[in-house]
Ligand binder design. Structure first.
Ligand code: GLU
Length: 506
């Protein structure tokens, strides 16, 4: 049997370090065993998936030095590797389940489901679909279809007994079936849910081992049941421990930058970041702190994974990165790396229109553009943030609004930033100029600099967010109480984007 593993990202945001961590482990496991590693795009959530996100994920993983034997950009015998292009396959498989009595059409309305949930929440610890439509005869179901009633397809799930999940790291995990919902497999628009598409594809793509984050353990019973319903052998499951913030909470962008793009723009070397991710939950037999991808593959062994929550600590990563820079690059290579990082045409071209019209000598560029090359430096002294119209608490409030926009904006583009910040100024009753001053201070370190919105776009969401946060901290921070006080006004001003913010998951 050839070992085949995969990474199956959903392209719904910036490329996440957690995706790189899971990809790395799948890659090493496949290569160690002479197998293959695939990349599949899980874009069945059409409202949140974007091609930009997909492209950024592929580019970031390649930047890190990972490659795949099959995938949307390289093709392969099981193409397409993009789920949105495989909907006919899922539909057909869903039909098979209905015919065999393993799944059923459910015509319940959103109102009924909401009411059901309300009653359940009041009466028992268990929520979930009550199986009403499971009792419909084929003729009754057909009548509703003919009448044009919308429906989803749900899977049958036993109400009694225990599901035992064999996990390569954790041994058997037991979950009571009554805690497993009758999962929707096909949505009313005909698109599959993650569960159906994931199982069908892992089978058709001959995946032998699924290494994925522990947040998917609760999905495993549904998946194992689907394999059984289809009469297929399930791949071996291995749930990796989640990355954590230094305070042990789940790694989140509100506490730590999580986008690979941030680490690239900060000037981390890809081999150092990959090395650091390899040290998350795993260790070399000699406990070496610094190792290459090839060395990791050579020694890779699932049994060396430890389940204690691995802490992703940017300070430690910086230390390791420093070692890579000092110990492993010749002066020539160092110069090449700096050029690849930012001293190149691709990075400079968007900066040119912001500066060309403002300088007399090329040497004016240094002071005018330093903030593009500066990572997250210490902000200016707090008193410098105060302007004529906005000072003290108000400065902190507008910066907080900026941070909320950094969470909520769908895309990090100058025109969207302009709209969001202009509207904010308006809602808070400030002239734009006064309102933007703290942003200039936080982002560029001076009240007069390159145009703000374009500058923030070039720096990227995560660097901008990190600078806003650092500025706020230097001004004394914002207590939870104060955040709670300020938030309703922001939400009233940006109802739509605030709702989106909740949707942008980590
Ligand atoms: N699309 C899922 C994700 O975004 C894949 C989970 C899995 O590996 O099964 O992580």
């Amino acid at each position: 049997m050839t070992v085949r593993t995969r990474i199956a990202p959903s392209p719904t945001g910036d490329p996440h370090v957690g995706t790189a961590y899971v990809a790395l482990f799948n890659y090493c496991f496949a290569k160690k065993n002479g197998g293959q590693f695939l990349l599949r795009i899980e874009d069945t959530d059409q409202t949140r998936s974007t091609r930009e996100s997909e492209a950024a994920i592929l580019r970031s993983l390649r930047w890190l030095g990972l490659s795949w034997d099959e995938g949307p950009d390289v093709g392969g015998p099981h193409a397409s590797y993009r789920q949105s292009e495989r909907t006919a396959i899922y539909k057909e498989h869903c039909e098979r389940l209905i015919e065999a009595g393993h799944a059923f059409r459910c015509f319940c309305t959103a109102e009924r489901l909401a009411e059901l949930r309300k009653v359940q929440l009041a009466n028992s610890p268990i929520t979930g679909y009550d199986g009403l439509c499971r009792g419909l005869s084929p003729a009754e179901a057909q009548k509703k279809i003919d009448a044009g009633q919308p429906f989803v397809v749900r899977m049958n799930v036993p109400r009694e007994g225990v599901c035992v999940i064999p996990d390569l790291l954790r041994g058997p995990i037991e979950i009571d079936w009554r805690n497993v919902d009758m999962q929707v497999l096909l949505k009313s628009d005909g698109m599959p849910t993650y569960h159906l598409a994931n199982v069908v594809d892992d089978h058709l793509m001959r995946i032998t081992h699924v290494l994925r984050g522990e947040e998917w353990i609760s999905s495993a019973p549904k998946h194992l049941l689907l394999y059984r319903y289809f009469g297929w052998e399930a791949p071996q499951l291995c749930h990796l421990p989640l990355l954590r913030n230094p305070d042990k909470s789940k790694l989140s962008k509100r506490k730590n930058p999580t986008s690979i793009l941030y680490y690239e723009r900060m000037g981390f070397l890809p081999e150092a970041l990959l090395n650091y991710l390899g040290r998350m939950a795993w260790s070399m037999p000699d406990n070496a702190e610094k190792f290459t991808l090839d060395q990791m593959i050579e020694h890779f062994d699932l049994q060396r994974i430890s389940l204690g929550g691995p802490v992703f600590d940017v300070e430690k990563l910086s230390w390791l990165n420093g070692r890579w820079i000092r110990e492993d690059l010749t002066p020539d290579q160092f110069a090449d790396r700096v050029a690849q990082w930012a001293l190149n045409r691709e990075f400079l071209m968007p900066v040119v229109p912001l500066v060309q019209g403002r300088i007399e000598r090329l040497s004016d560029l240094g002071p005018l553009t330093g903030h593009f090359f500066a990572g997250v430096p210490n902000p200016p002294p707090p008193a410098d943030f105060d302007g004529k119209k906005l000072a003290g608490d108000d400065v902190r409030k507008v910066l907080m609004w900026g941070l909320w926009h950094a969470d909520a904006l769908k895309a990090w583009k100058a025109d969207l930033l302009s709209e969001a910040l202009r509207t904010s100024a308006d809602k808070l009753g400030y002239k734009l100029r006064d309102f933007l001053r703290p942003f200039f201070m936080a982002i560029a370190g001076t009240p007069v600099a390159t145009p703000l919105f374009e500058t923030m776009e070039i720096l990227g969401r995560d660097i901008s967010r990190a600078r806003l946060r650092k500025a706020l901290e230097s001004l004394g921070g914002v207590s939870q109480k104060q955040e709670k006080e300020w938030r309703p006004e922001f939400e009233a001003a940006f109802r739509a984007s605030a709702a989106e913010a909740l949707e942008i998951t980590e």
